[in-house]
Write a protein that binds this ligand. Structure first.
Ligand code: 5GP
Ligand code: ZN
Length: 112
């Protein structure tokens, strides 16, 4: 198994855990773009949002709920951003679906 985030989930590559449950694992991004930058990944290997199937909506919703839960725990009361880069043009560099949670500073829009 060669997937970086699967290795992070199984612990063979170390990470800084932020939240975990039966469906997902959340950890600190190694190259943070904001004071809070957390990646939330499903335990199930799913390459990207483009590969989501008809049985995935509940899992995808769970990832968003986890992002909101982490934002509450981190006290991001001024707001935050949730990003799901998908595919080459979307800026996805790791082929295991992940939700970015960014907060702790004002974020520009639109993205580049
Ligand atoms: P993407 O560009 O695919 O949306 O985001 C991939 C993210 O994974 C990047 O923000 C990058 O910093 C992060 N990342 C890449 N390799 C590692 C790693 O080994 N550990 C952690 N914690 N984050 C990583
Ligand atoms: Zn994977």
């Amino acid at each position: 198994m060669s997937c970086l985030f699967c290795k992070i989930i199984d612990g063979s590559i170390p990470s800084t855990p932020v939240y975990q449950d039966a469906l997902c694992y959340a950890f600190a991004d190694i190259n943070p773009q904001a004071p809070v930058h957390v990646l939330i990944v499903p335990r199930e290997h799913l390459a990207s949002l483009a590969d989501a199937g008809a049985h995935h909506p509940a899992l995808l919703g769970h990832l968003l709920w986890a992002a909101a839960q982490i934002a509450r725990e981190k006290k991001l009361t001024s707001g935050y951003r949730v990003v799901l880069n998908t595919g080459h043009h979307g800026g996805q560099t790791v082929d295991h679906l992940h939700v970015h949670l960014l907060g702790g500073r004002s974020l520009a829009w639109p993205p580049g």
